[in-house]
Write a protein that binds this ligand. Structure first.
Ligand SMILES: O=P(O)(O)O[C@H]1O[C@H](CO)[C@@H](O)[C@H]1O
Ligand SMILES: Nc1nc2[nH]cnc2c(=O)[nH]1
Length: 290
């Protein structure tokens, strides 16, 4: 099965079912919560006890990330008394994968019994009030990649996954956002935890100055190259979604500025904020109703 699946770019319900069963045969854990770790945020797995680890290479069809800061492992275990599965690393469209392929893990999680999905990412701060190291709870998104036709829900729709025309007006669960803000306050993080709007372009290049100015006009607070395809697929199949961006850099919005965005800075900010992010995720998960 493995070789057939690995060469596929789109996956039927039966394919996903087969992949989910393959994983469930290899691990004892039966999580209801899934967490996707963004660039440089893979240390979230340090929170997990009784780990069972599956490298993506051993999972039929799973896209393997080629980007530094994305390990490529599925990590099962216990987090604050709850069974969880973390994706330590994600794949992106700019790596050459189809949107359907990068979101295969989300449908696989759904089929494995996951009902709540946390998505995290590294993002550039567009909002002028944001500082490097801020954590932004995502309240909504602007799917700029979707404007260009990059959307994992394009194609034949199998109603067994979800409806042809899913609503996205409440993509990021209000109750989870409120819980996260309350927990941030409780642990003294209010000064650097914000709520805002995320946007995605395919990448891999960072934005031009004019693109950054346009993002600002579009009410975007932070921008990246991931997350939205995963959220679309998760909502399509009825999952509850919570998203967080770590502001790893601020976008360059002045012409002729000598500064420029780079992935090294993204990874360094991830490393620097890793413990705080872990603390916030742990506090939210501790009080989560699953
Ligand atoms: O969105 P994640 O995977 O966190 O990573 C973000 O950081 C990388 C660029 O530095 C890009 O991959 C962008 O999408
Ligand atoms: N597109 C984009 N992705 C990022 N990921 C981390 N920082 C950035 C950024 O400034 N722009």
């Amino acid at each position: 099965m493995s070789r057939d699946m690995d060469s596929k770019n789109t996956f039927t319900y039966e394919d996903v079912e087969m992949i989910a069963n393959h994983i469930l045969e290899k691990v004892k854990c039966r999580p209801k919560l899934g967490i996707i770790c963004g660039s440089g945020l893979g240390k979230l797995v340090d929170l997990v006890e009784d780990k069972e680890v599956l490298p993506y290479q051993e999972i039929p069809g799973f896209p393997v990330s080629t980007v530094p800061g994305h390990e490529g492992k599925l990590v099962f275990g216990q987090l604050r008394g709850k069974s969880v599965v973390l994706m330590q690393g994600r794949a992106h469209c700019y790596e050459g994968y189809t949107p359907q392929k990068i979101t295969l893990p989300v449908r696989t999680m759904k089929m494995m019994g996951i009902t709540t999905l946390f998505v995290t990412n590294a993002a550039g701060g567009v909002n002028k009030k944001y500082n490097i190291g801020d954590i932004m709870i995502i309240k909504d998104h602007v799917n700029l990649a979707g404007f260009a036709g990059v959307n994992p829900l394009v194609g034949v729709n199998d109603e067994k996954f979800g409806p042809r025309f899913p609503a996205m007006s409440n993509a990021y669960d209000l109750g989870l956002r409120q819980l996260a803000l309350a927990k941030a306050k409780e642990i003294g993080f209010s000064d650097f935890v914000r709520e805002g709007v995320y946007s995605m372009m395919v990448g891999p290049n960072f934005e031009t100055v004019t693109e950054c100015k346009i993002l600002s006009l579009l009410l975007v607070d932070a921008t990246g190259m991931s997350t939205i395809p995963e959220v679309l697929v998760a909502k399509h199949c009825g999952m509850r979604v919570f998203g967080m961006s770590l502001i790893t850099n601020v976008v360059i919005s002045e012409y002729d500025s000598p500064a420029h965005a780079n992935h090294q800075e993204v990874l360094e900010t991830g490393e620097r904020r890793s413990k705080d992010l872990q603390q916030l995720v742990a506090a939210i998960v501790a009080d989560l109703d699953l």
